[in-house]
Design a protein around this ligand. Sequence first.
Ligand SMILES: [Mn+2]
Length: 241
Amino acid sequence: MFLGMATLPAGSRIYAIGDVHGRLDCLERLFTDIQSDIQARPVSSSKTVMLGDYVDRGPDSRGVLDFLIAQSDNPDVICLRGNHDDRLLEFVEAPDEFSEGFLRYGGWETLASYGVTASLFRRNVANLSRSMAKRMPGSHKKFLSRLPLFYEEGDYFFCHAGVRPGVALHNQEKHDLMWIRGEFLGFEGSFGKVVVHGHTPGIQVEVVPNRINLDTMAFETGRLSCAILEGDSYNFMQTGL
Ligand SMILES: [Mn+2]
């Protein structure tokens, strides 16, 4: 299945949003733009699929989680799990030998958004983790622990990073769905459905026949990207233009 042939059921529209990474400003703006689009072009069913990586790097990870949790009552907003969201939960609940890495890849900014600073604990991971566990609201832990790994509708498959070629979409490893790069990005055949993903940053949205990559480095460019899928068509919206 390739773009151009892929379809959604009649009357259904999906807005898929790439890596947010603490940019609450971009996320709020994009949600407003989506509401305007729905008002301008009404449709019987519209869903918003968040592709994961809500936290790290940008300035307001805590605010992004608050914003998404406030949408929890809305079944038409689906939030998937990114590798950064997964690592944050592990850092808070069970720090391990990889936790230093979490801090290096933008985790310090996340901690700061909860009022936990390096100077407080001199980079002692166990102490930082305990302090985060105390300061992070239970609703945030619950939200992170329940994020699904993928969503599918019609001929589209949504996940954070991608899928492993040659493995059925329903048999994918959790780790691949959140982390895969090379084998996925280099594959030009069909995955069975068109994969809509983020995770690997680019300057612009990447559209190739078998997948759409929506990670446009919002945390530093202010460009948060959204694919609009309906029928057999696809379009894009972005913040920061
Ligand atoms: Mn990311």
